[in-house]
Write a protein of this length. Sequence first.
Length: 225
Amino acid sequence: MTTGAAIEARKLARILPGLIPVTLVDGIDFMAKPGELVAITGASGSGKSSLLYLLGLLDEPTSGSVIIDGIDSASLTDAQRTHLRLERLGFVFQFHFLLPEFSVLDNVCMPMKKLNALPEQAQAERGRMLLKDLGLEGSEKKLPEQLSGGERQRVAVARALANAPSILLADEPTGNLDSKNSHAVFDIFRRLTRQDGKTIIAVTHDQELASACDRQVHLADGQVV
């Protein structure tokens, strides 16, 4: 059955086993539509990042399923899930995680090298196009340490967009930025949803930025409130 969702969670749960099991995500139903910018909010420990990692196929649920563009990830092999993640999902984290010994352009091209869907020259051309689109033209040969914090996070966004994913998942993407750069990142997110039809799900503590999203999903104790 199709729901029109870009990404959907059905009865999603993540429980850490042990003498006293810890429930991180507790039977969540969630969906986001194409072109929608959704904020996931909640106190520390409410399950926000755990939910995002499950949606991004970076962690496996204890029960339930994640459906991406109509594909139920629970039915896939590990290799198929990895390919789906590379092809359909992009990730932006609080810390940019750029590799310091590689140039800006090489950092952006890394997801394309992993997916290997484009020739090397086309990868470089797309990387330069993404950097130009995000206001970083002329920075291709620089090392990450030569950029400001806001510029590094824009490089991280370019890297997340490298394989033209339909869905972008962001975990506190502005948590390490000042107010000006935080708004700049969310302006990019809004443009990507409005103009390119990307689905973006962003975990954030910043209520002002969350209020600017199309919709907020608030978590408490691993459940949607």
